[in-house]
Design a binder for this molecule. Sequence first.
Ligand SMILES: C[S@@+](CC[C@H](N)C(=O)[O-])C[C@H]1O[C@@H](n2cnc3c(N)ncnc32)[C@H](O)[C@@H]1O
Length: 294
Amino acid sequence: MTSNTANSSTSDVPVVPFIPGRLISHFQSKPQEHHGIGWTELWDSGQSDLWDRGKPSPALIDLIESKPDEIPRPNASSRRPRALVPGCGKGYDVTMLALHGCDVYGLEVSATGVETARAYAAAQLAAPSAYNFSDAAAQDQYSGSGPGQATFIVGDFFARDWEVQCRSDDGAFTGFDLIYDYTFLCAMLPERRQDWARRMRELIAPSGVLVCLEFPTYKGLEHPGPPWGLREGIYWDLLAAGGKGMFDDEESVRAATQATSGGAFTRLRYIKPPRSYEVANGTDMLSIWAPRGS
Ligand SMILES: C[S@@+](CC[C@H](N)C(=O)[O-])C[C@H]1O[C@@H](n2cnc3c(N)ncnc32)[C@H](O)[C@@H]1O
C-alpha cells in the first residue's frame, strides 16, 4: 500500500503535509458495508498496484527460516503446518509459505484477486523465484522436501461460510497453526478492529500462532486510511487487553501497552525484523501471538 504521510509524532522528522492518495479517495465516502465491494472494484479495474509490493515479505521469510520454537514447521512424521493469509492479495506470502513446506490458504474478498493469485502461485510453485528464500542455501534446503499446497478461497474474513473449505482430511475444522497478517488490519475501518481480533481467535488452532507484520507504524493516527496508522498499543489493546483498538492520540496508545488482562492472546515475541519492505523505511515490527489458555 502506498502511503503519503511522514511521521507526525517524532520531532526530528520533518512533517510533510498529508495529501490523500488514490486508495484513500476511493474509500472516503464508502460506508462500512460497501468496503468489500470497494476492494473488488479496485481489483476489477486493475488497481491492485496501490498496495502490491511485488514480492513476499522478507521479514516473514527470515522468521520462518530462523525456525524459532514458536513457529510451527514441517515435520517428517506428522502433517504439514496449516497456514492462513487473510486478504492475501496476489498471494506472495501464501506461495512463499507453501514453498517453505506449509499447506496454505489465501483468503480474498475479490474473485479477480483469487484468480490472479492462483496464476501467480502456479507459476512460482513450478519455478520459484529466488526472492522466496533468504539465500540459495535455504532454497536448496526447502526445495528438497517439496512445497505444500497453496489454496485460494473467495470469501469475507468476517463471515464463517468459507471455513468449510479448510477442513482437514477427517472433515473437521480445527483452526490454523499459523496466521499471517500484513496490510490486512490496516486495510480495515478502525470500527472493525475488534471483529478482526475476535475472528483471529476463532481461526487460530489452540497451539497456533498469529504473526503480524505491523504497518504502518509511522502514519499519524488522525489521518484517514486505508492504510490506517497502527501502533504497538493498538495491537496490544486488541489482542492482549481485549479492547477496541481505537485511539486518536499518541499518549493513550502508548499507555495501552500497560494493560495486562482481558484479551484472547498473549504476545510471545516483539521483534524489529532485520529486513522488511523498503516502503516502511525500517519502521515495521513483527509480533507473534498465541491464544490464551493454550
Ligand atoms: C491492502 S491489500 C493487502 C494485500 C496483501 N496482504 C499484500 O500484501 O499484497 C488488502 C487485501 O485484502 C482484501 N480484503 C479486504 N477486505 C477483505 C475481507 N473482508 N475479507 C477478505 N479479504 C479482504 C482486499 O481485496 C485486498 O486484496
